[in-house]
Design a binder for this molecule. Structure first.
Ligand code: ADP
Ligand code: MG
Length: 236
């Protein structure tokens, strides 16, 4: 079967997916590509968690998402699956540059996300990279230009954007702000505002947080457009 036809079918299934009567308990019932499904299954991800059930179908449809769910609820796959699917449907290649950017508050969390991505993305062709400091900016920069999915900490990502020949975000399709509440608690508000301000407005944005606050609402207003709130709004 030809790939363009297959992608069209996936898109039709996605748009027809009924969000109200969502009984999708298994990844295999989602409108996702065989490549992503295979990666998920090989990593033993078979059933969706609640936040994944609530958010993945919405994200696949292309809407911005504000996702609230406590730690350990499975937020990583809730954004990695939509990233892989978005780039797959766009038939993203190494020549298209940066397609998705994931911002995480700490190096440890960024590395965990990267590890999950290498597992579930094993059957895709996308390149992934980590920018978390610790190595010099130049060393990271040489590798960065061919990366499709970049995961990093706020300070380091902004540092790369501020380089003379910095990170090229012109083509960016998807921004993920993971643990946004924790980023704000750690004093990254200005850094996040600056990063978001540098990105093309046409992108899709997924913002995940375990808690709600005024500063989180401010960040949501700045970074999201016509977003849907999913998950537990009382998440603590
Ligand atoms: P959060 O980011 O919400 O704190 P994680 O994405 O780190 O949560 O997931 C928490 C744990 O749950 C991890 O060990 C992860 O491997 C596991 N997990 C996530 N989604 C699933 C799933 N659909 N099936 C089985 N285990 C899962
Ligand atoms: Mg997490």
């Amino acid at each position: 079967k030809n790939e363009i036809q297959y992608i069209k079918e996936l898109e039709t299934r996605t748009q027809e997916f009924d969000l109200k009567n969502n009984k999708t308990n298994f990844f295999r019932d989602l409108p996702i590509s065989n490549a992503t499904l295979k990666g998920l299954q090989e990593a033993s991800f078979i059933k969706l968690t609640e936040i994944q059930k609530d958010s993945i179908p919405v994200s696949l449809k292309g809407d911005d998402v504000l996702g609230a769910a406590k730690t350990g609820s499975g937020k990583t796959l809730a954004f990695l699956v939509p990233i892989l699917e978005k780039l797959y449907r766009e038939r993203w290649t190494e020549f298209d540059g940066l397609g998705a950017l994931v911002i995480s508050p700490t190096r440890e969390l960024a590395m965990q996300i990267y590890e999950v991505l290498t597992k579930i993305g094993a059957h895709t062709t996308f390149s992934a990279g980590l920018v978390i400091g610790g190595k010099d900016v130049k060393f990271e920069l040489e590798r960065i230009s061919r990366i499709n999915i970049l995961i990093g900490t706020p300070g380091r990502i902004l540092q790369h954007m501020d380089q003379a020949v910095g990170l090229n975000t012109n083509n960016l399709q998807m921004l993920v702000l993971d643990e946004a509440d924790r980023c704000l608690d750690m004093g990254f508000k200005k850094t996040l505002d600056a990063i978001v301000g540098n990105l093309p407005p046409s992108r899709q944005t997924l913002l995940f947080s375990a808690t709600q606050s005024q500063s989180l609402a401010d960040l949501a207003r700045l970074s999201l457009t016509n977003y849907k709130t999913v998950g537990n709004s009382e998440a603590k």
